[in-house]
Design a protein around this ligand. Structure first.
Ligand code: GLY
Length: 316
């Protein structure tokens, strides 16, 4: 089988000054995965290698440099999906893990469960030797932005959930609590097919700016943030997680490829469906059952890079 890998660095509104570096990082990640595939490595190893590089790069909202939640902490989500067996490993709202995609890999390989969250995920990470101090994941410019976001609110709103404490116990001002800049951005992901014909998908994120503690988006949710099945291909999504989850975007796309859609057709059709049904903004990368790549977005930009025996390229 012809191997291939395709990576993304998040659908969003990328500052023009960051674009050259993000394109270069996406290419480097695709190269890292490609080297694994070229040596006969598995699609799972390839997507993990690609996503690890992007997690280590503070340009992206994954691993080091992720957005902080309202408590000022990095809380990470990641998933890795095996298209041969349909098994997956996922972690959500986990603190103090530098490469959550590798923790997701440990869940896949060595855990009787598929999804671990919060403190349990961190305890598993500690057992695997994958923890770092939480502050080690905070990039200085992200911290400065968090301080600016919190300016004027910290004193009156010490806890993200305090505003929901009402005398009668009824829900408080949900719409008001979600005010301000909250769009996700710079989630990372990869999809690959190896020489044995097996597919894998990986997605990793720090979620959205100004998110509530404990908030989990689409990324670690099977069929929302990622999907893979050797019968149809592989998908990794990026964008507004709350809306992506409503339509199970990765599974929606994968199902259409199982039914014969090409990557080139399936990706834009899925983004149109999301926009029609939810008004959401997102992007996704896909490989179809023949290993052909496709991608689409309805945001300003999405760094993409791919490698296969047929060549290499990138896009934004
Ligand atoms: N798509 C990433 C998130 O919403 O968390």
């Amino acid at each position: 089988m012809v191997p291939s890998i395709l990576v993304h660095g998040g659908a969003g509104h990328h500052a023009p000054s960051s674009v050259p570096a993000k394109r270069a990082a996406a290419r480097a990640a695709a190269d890292a995965g490609w080297h694994v595939l070229q040596r006969g490595g598995s699609a799972l190893d390839a997507v993990e290698a690609a996503v690890r590089l992007l997690e280590d790069d503070p340009l992206f909202d994954a691993g080091y440099g992720s957005y902080l939640n309202r408590d000022g902490e990095v809380e990470l989500d990641a998933i890795l999906v095996d298209g041969e067996t349909l098994r997956f490993g996922a972690v959500a709202a986990v603190h103090g893990v530098k490469n959550p995609i590798t923790l997701a890999r440990r869940v896949l390989d060595a855990c009787p469960h598929h999804l671990l969250v919060g403190d349990g995920a961190r305890r598993f990470a500690r057992a695997c030797g994958l923890t770092v101090p939480g502050l080690a994941l905070v990039a200085p410019d992200v911290h400065a932005r968090w301080l600016a976001d919190r300016a004027g609110t910290a004193a009156s709103e010490p806890d993200a959930y305090d505003r929901f404490r009402t005398p009668d116990g009824l829900p408080g001002d949900v719409a008001g609590a979600m005010r301000g800049p909250a769009l996700p951005g710079d989630t990372v992901g990869a999809v690959a097919r190896d020489t044995a014909g097996h597919f894998a998908a990986a997605t990793s994120t720090g979620g959205m700016r100004d998110k509530w503690p404990g908030r989990v988006g689409d990324s670690p949710i099977i069929g929302s943030g990622a999907w893979a099945d050797d019968r149809g291909g592989a998908v990794s999504c990026t964008g507004h997680g709350e809306l992506i989850m409503r339509v199970c975007l990765a599974h929606h796309t994968g199902l259409s490829m199982c039914q014969g859609a090409t990557a080139e057709d399936a990706a834009p059709a899925a983004v149109r469906y999301l926009a029609d049904r939810t008004g959401g903004q997102a992007g996704l990368i896909v490989l179809d059952a023949t290993g052909r790549p496709g991608w689409a977005r309805n945001t300003h930009a999405m760094p993409v890079a791919w490698r296969s025996s047929d060549g290499a390229g990138d896009d934004l």
